[in-house]
Design a protein around this ligand. Structure first.
Ligand code: SF4
Length: 261
Protein backbone atom coordinates (compact mmCIF):
# COMPACT_ATOMS: atom_id res chain seq x y z
CA UNK A 1 0.00 0.00 0.00
CA UNK A 2 1.20 3.51 -0.79
CA UNK A 3 1.95 5.67 2.22
CA UNK A 4 -0.26 8.60 3.18
CA UNK A 5 1.57 11.82 2.35
CA UNK A 6 0.30 14.02 5.18
CA UNK A 7 0.47 17.09 2.92
CA UNK A 8 -2.35 19.60 2.87
CA UNK A 9 -4.01 21.70 0.17
CA UNK A 10 -5.75 20.96 -3.08
CA UNK A 11 -3.13 18.62 -4.47
CA UNK A 12 -2.62 16.66 -1.30
CA UNK A 13 -2.96 12.91 -1.23
CA UNK A 14 -5.42 10.98 0.89
CA UNK A 15 -5.20 12.29 4.40
CA UNK A 16 -7.26 9.78 6.29
CA UNK A 17 -7.17 6.06 6.74
CA UNK A 18 -9.46 4.33 4.31
CA UNK A 19 -10.25 0.83 3.10
CA UNK A 20 -7.57 -1.16 1.33
CA UNK A 21 -6.93 1.06 -1.64
CA UNK A 22 -3.89 0.69 -3.93
CA UNK A 23 -4.17 4.39 -4.82
CA UNK A 24 -4.36 5.61 -1.22
CA UNK A 25 -1.86 8.41 -0.65
CA UNK A 26 -1.69 9.57 -4.26
CA UNK A 27 -2.49 13.17 -5.05
CA UNK A 28 -5.27 13.71 -7.57
CA UNK A 29 -2.80 14.27 -10.39
CA UNK A 30 -0.80 11.21 -9.36
CA UNK A 31 -3.97 9.10 -9.30
CA UNK A 32 -4.84 10.18 -12.85
CA UNK A 33 -1.31 9.44 -14.08
CA UNK A 34 -1.34 6.08 -12.30
CA UNK A 35 -4.70 5.21 -13.88
CA UNK A 36 -3.30 6.05 -17.33
CA UNK A 37 -0.32 3.80 -16.59
CA UNK A 38 -2.52 1.00 -15.30
CA UNK A 39 -5.34 1.12 -17.86
CA UNK A 40 -3.95 2.97 -20.90
CA UNK A 41 -6.54 3.39 -23.65
CA UNK A 42 -8.98 1.32 -21.61
CA UNK A 43 -9.79 4.37 -19.50
CA UNK A 44 -12.44 7.10 -19.82
CA UNK A 45 -13.53 10.10 -17.78
CA UNK A 46 -17.21 10.18 -16.78
CA UNK A 47 -18.12 13.88 -16.70
CA UNK A 48 -21.44 15.15 -15.36
CA UNK A 49 -20.65 18.78 -16.26
CA UNK A 50 -21.98 19.58 -12.81
CA UNK A 51 -21.07 22.18 -10.22
CA UNK A 52 -17.32 21.61 -10.12
CA UNK A 53 -16.63 19.46 -13.17
CA UNK A 54 -14.16 22.11 -14.29
CA UNK A 55 -11.67 20.83 -11.70
CA UNK A 56 -11.40 17.27 -12.98
CA UNK A 57 -11.57 18.27 -16.65
CA UNK A 58 -8.88 20.90 -16.21
CA UNK A 59 -6.65 18.46 -14.35
CA UNK A 60 -7.10 15.78 -17.01
CA UNK A 61 -6.40 18.31 -19.76
CA UNK A 62 -3.03 19.10 -18.17
CA UNK A 63 -2.07 15.43 -18.39
CA UNK A 64 -3.69 14.10 -21.58
CA UNK A 65 -6.16 16.09 -23.70
CA UNK A 66 -7.13 13.04 -25.72
CA UNK A 67 -8.64 10.89 -22.97
CA UNK A 68 -12.27 9.98 -23.80
CA UNK A 69 -14.65 12.29 -21.91
CA UNK A 70 -18.04 10.59 -21.61
CA UNK A 71 -21.04 12.85 -21.00
CA UNK A 72 -24.52 11.45 -20.57
CA UNK A 73 -27.08 13.72 -22.19
CA UNK A 74 -30.31 12.52 -20.58
CA UNK A 75 -32.45 14.99 -22.48
CA UNK A 76 -33.42 16.53 -19.13
CA UNK A 77 -30.39 18.69 -18.40
CA UNK A 78 -30.49 22.41 -17.74
CA UNK A 79 -29.56 24.38 -20.85
CA UNK A 80 -26.84 25.96 -18.70
CA UNK A 81 -25.26 22.54 -18.21
CA UNK A 82 -25.04 21.89 -21.95
CA UNK A 83 -23.51 25.31 -22.53
CA UNK A 84 -21.06 24.67 -19.66
CA UNK A 85 -20.07 21.34 -21.25
CA UNK A 86 -19.25 23.07 -24.53
CA UNK A 87 -17.39 25.89 -22.81
CA UNK A 88 -15.18 23.56 -20.75
CA UNK A 89 -14.38 21.23 -23.64
CA UNK A 90 -13.32 24.12 -25.85
CA UNK A 91 -11.46 26.03 -23.15
CA UNK A 92 -9.39 23.02 -22.07
CA UNK A 93 -8.77 21.76 -25.60
CA UNK A 94 -10.18 18.34 -24.83
CA UNK A 95 -10.53 16.28 -27.99
CA UNK A 96 -12.33 13.16 -26.78
CA UNK A 97 -15.89 14.25 -25.93
CA UNK A 98 -18.39 11.41 -26.36
CA UNK A 99 -22.02 12.44 -25.92
CA UNK A 100 -24.19 9.49 -24.88
CA UNK A 101 -27.97 9.68 -25.25
CA UNK A 102 -30.73 7.26 -24.17
CA UNK A 103 -32.12 4.86 -26.75
CA UNK A 104 -34.83 6.68 -28.72
CA UNK A 105 -37.18 3.69 -29.13
CA UNK A 106 -36.92 2.78 -25.46
CA UNK A 107 -37.74 6.36 -24.50
CA UNK A 108 -40.84 6.31 -26.68
CA UNK A 109 -41.91 3.00 -25.21
CA UNK A 110 -41.11 3.60 -21.55
CA UNK A 111 -41.50 7.36 -21.15
CA UNK A 112 -43.77 8.56 -23.96
CA UNK A 113 -44.85 11.69 -22.08
CA UNK A 114 -41.42 12.50 -20.70
CA UNK A 115 -42.70 12.55 -17.13
CA UNK A 116 -41.39 9.22 -15.85
CA UNK A 117 -39.02 11.04 -13.48
CA UNK A 118 -41.97 12.42 -11.54
CA UNK A 119 -43.76 9.06 -11.44
CA UNK A 120 -40.88 6.62 -10.89
CA UNK A 121 -37.47 8.29 -10.68
CA UNK A 122 -35.65 4.97 -10.33
CA UNK A 123 -37.16 3.74 -13.58
CA UNK A 124 -36.38 7.06 -15.24
CA UNK A 125 -32.73 6.99 -14.12
CA UNK A 126 -32.54 3.39 -15.26
CA UNK A 127 -33.88 4.36 -18.69
CA UNK A 128 -32.03 7.63 -19.18
CA UNK A 129 -28.80 7.03 -17.26
CA UNK A 130 -27.97 3.54 -16.10
CA UNK A 131 -28.67 1.61 -19.29
CA UNK A 132 -27.22 4.04 -21.83
CA UNK A 133 -24.14 4.90 -19.79
CA UNK A 134 -23.61 1.38 -18.49
CA UNK A 135 -23.98 -0.04 -21.96
CA UNK A 136 -21.29 2.27 -23.27
CA UNK A 137 -18.80 2.77 -20.48
CA UNK A 138 -18.73 -0.92 -19.68
CA UNK A 139 -16.31 -1.38 -22.56
CA UNK A 140 -13.66 0.50 -20.60
CA UNK A 141 -11.77 -1.24 -17.81
CA UNK A 142 -11.74 1.93 -15.73
CA UNK A 143 -13.53 5.24 -15.49
CA UNK A 144 -12.39 8.40 -13.74
CA UNK A 145 -15.03 10.29 -11.77
CA UNK A 146 -15.02 13.63 -9.98
CA UNK A 147 -16.82 12.35 -6.86
CA UNK A 148 -15.75 13.43 -3.40
CA UNK A 149 -16.31 11.90 0.04
CA UNK A 150 -17.63 15.08 1.59
CA UNK A 151 -20.49 15.42 -0.90
CA UNK A 152 -22.81 12.97 0.81
CA UNK A 153 -22.87 10.52 3.67
CA UNK A 154 -23.09 7.61 1.25
CA UNK A 155 -19.79 8.64 -0.28
CA UNK A 156 -18.03 8.99 3.08
CA UNK A 157 -15.96 5.81 2.72
CA UNK A 158 -15.37 5.95 -1.01
CA UNK A 159 -11.81 4.87 -1.92
CA UNK A 160 -9.75 6.41 -4.71
CA UNK A 161 -9.63 3.09 -6.56
CA UNK A 162 -13.14 1.72 -6.24
CA UNK A 163 -14.14 -1.76 -7.40
CA UNK A 164 -17.20 -1.61 -9.63
CA UNK A 165 -18.07 -5.08 -10.82
CA UNK A 166 -15.75 -6.05 -13.69
CA UNK A 167 -14.66 -2.41 -13.94
CA UNK A 168 -12.99 0.01 -11.52
CA UNK A 169 -13.76 3.61 -10.78
CA UNK A 170 -10.92 6.00 -10.12
CA UNK A 171 -11.95 8.86 -7.82
CA UNK A 172 -8.88 11.14 -7.72
CA UNK A 173 -10.75 13.79 -5.71
CA UNK A 174 -12.18 11.36 -3.14
CA UNK A 175 -10.37 13.00 -0.21
CA UNK A 176 -10.71 16.59 -1.35
CA UNK A 177 -12.66 19.06 0.75
CA UNK A 178 -14.95 21.79 -0.53
CA UNK A 179 -12.12 24.18 0.32
CA UNK A 180 -9.71 22.21 -1.86
CA UNK A 181 -12.13 22.48 -4.77
CA UNK A 182 -12.54 26.22 -4.30
CA UNK A 183 -8.81 26.75 -4.00
CA UNK A 184 -8.13 24.81 -7.21
CA UNK A 185 -10.85 26.72 -9.07
CA UNK A 186 -9.34 30.03 -7.95
CA UNK A 187 -5.75 29.02 -8.61
CA UNK A 188 -6.54 28.10 -12.21
CA UNK A 189 -9.23 30.73 -12.74
CA UNK A 190 -11.80 28.12 -13.72
CA UNK A 191 -15.37 29.09 -14.60
CA UNK A 192 -18.01 27.80 -12.16
CA UNK A 193 -21.22 26.20 -13.39
CA UNK A 194 -23.57 29.13 -14.00
CA UNK A 195 -26.21 27.72 -11.63
CA UNK A 196 -23.84 27.47 -8.68
CA UNK A 197 -24.29 31.11 -7.71
CA UNK A 198 -28.07 30.54 -7.68
CA UNK A 199 -27.79 27.96 -4.89
CA UNK A 200 -27.59 24.75 -6.91
CA UNK A 201 -24.64 23.01 -5.26
CA UNK A 202 -25.09 19.66 -7.03
CA UNK A 203 -26.54 19.80 -10.51
CA UNK A 204 -28.22 16.94 -12.32
CA UNK A 205 -31.34 16.78 -14.45
CA UNK A 206 -33.53 19.88 -14.23
CA UNK A 207 -36.72 18.18 -12.94
CA UNK A 208 -34.81 16.48 -10.12
CA UNK A 209 -32.53 19.30 -8.96
CA UNK A 210 -33.37 22.01 -6.41
CA UNK A 211 -31.41 24.64 -4.53
CA UNK A 212 -29.55 23.63 -1.37
CA UNK A 213 -29.99 25.49 1.93
CA UNK A 214 -27.13 26.37 4.30
CA UNK A 215 -26.09 23.36 6.38
CA UNK A 216 -27.53 20.75 4.02
CA UNK A 217 -25.52 18.06 2.25
CA UNK A 218 -24.26 19.27 -1.10
CA UNK A 219 -26.50 16.69 -2.77
CA UNK A 220 -29.60 17.42 -0.66
CA UNK A 221 -31.19 19.21 -3.59
CA UNK A 222 -31.17 16.09 -5.76
CA UNK A 223 -34.47 14.17 -5.82
CA UNK A 224 -35.67 16.29 -2.89
CA UNK A 225 -38.48 14.83 -0.77
CA UNK A 226 -37.71 11.32 -1.95
CA UNK A 227 -35.46 8.61 -0.48
CA UNK A 228 -33.41 8.55 -3.67
CA UNK A 229 -29.86 9.89 -3.40
CA UNK A 230 -27.93 8.30 -6.27
CA UNK A 231 -28.86 7.58 -9.84
CA UNK A 232 -26.94 4.57 -11.06
CA UNK A 233 -25.31 2.83 -8.16
CA UNK A 234 -26.93 1.50 -5.02
CA UNK A 235 -25.40 1.09 -1.62
CA UNK A 236 -26.12 -2.36 -0.24
CA UNK A 237 -24.91 -3.74 3.08
CA UNK A 238 -22.17 -1.15 3.27
CA UNK A 239 -20.81 -1.86 -0.21
CA UNK A 240 -21.14 -0.15 -3.54
CA UNK A 241 -22.53 -2.46 -6.18
CA UNK A 242 -23.48 -1.83 -9.79
CA UNK A 243 -27.17 -1.85 -10.62
CA UNK A 244 -28.22 -4.92 -12.61
CA UNK A 245 -29.58 -4.08 -16.06
CA UNK A 246 -33.20 -4.95 -15.47
CA UNK A 247 -35.45 -4.87 -12.47
CA UNK A 248 -38.98 -6.00 -11.74
CA UNK A 249 -41.39 -4.29 -9.33
CA UNK A 250 -38.60 -2.79 -7.24
CA UNK A 251 -36.81 -6.11 -6.80
CA UNK A 252 -33.89 -6.68 -9.10
CA UNK A 253 -34.09 -9.84 -11.14
CA UNK A 254 -31.16 -11.37 -9.34
CA UNK A 255 -33.10 -10.98 -6.09
CA UNK A 256 -31.12 -8.05 -4.70
CA UNK A 257 -33.37 -5.37 -3.31
CA UNK A 258 -32.07 -1.80 -3.35
CA UNK A 259 -31.53 -0.44 0.16
CA UNK A 260 -32.86 3.01 0.88
CA UNK A 261 -31.75 5.23 3.69
S1 SF4 B 1 -32.32 12.55 -12.56
FE1 SF4 B 1 -34.55 12.72 -12.80
S2 SF4 B 1 -34.97 13.28 -14.95
FE2 SF4 B 1 -32.81 12.60 -14.78
S3 SF4 B 1 -32.87 10.46 -15.32
FE3 SF4 B 1 -33.04 10.51 -13.09
S4 SF4 B 1 -35.25 10.62 -12.60
FE4 SF4 B 1 -34.98 11.05 -14.81
Amino acid sequence: MIAVTGKSGPCAGARAQGPDDPYLGLSAEQAIRRAIEDYGSNLAVAASMGADSAVMLHMVSQIDRNIPIVFLDTGKHFRETLRYRDELIERFGLTGLINITPDHDRMLAEDPKGDLGQIDPDACCDLRKVRPLGGFIRKYAAQITGRKRYQARKRANMPILEPNGPQVKVNPLAYWTAGDVTAYMRKHDLPPHPLLSLGFLSIGCQPCTTRVAAGEDERAGRWRNTAKTECGIHYINGKWVPVPEKKTSGIFQDGIRPVRS
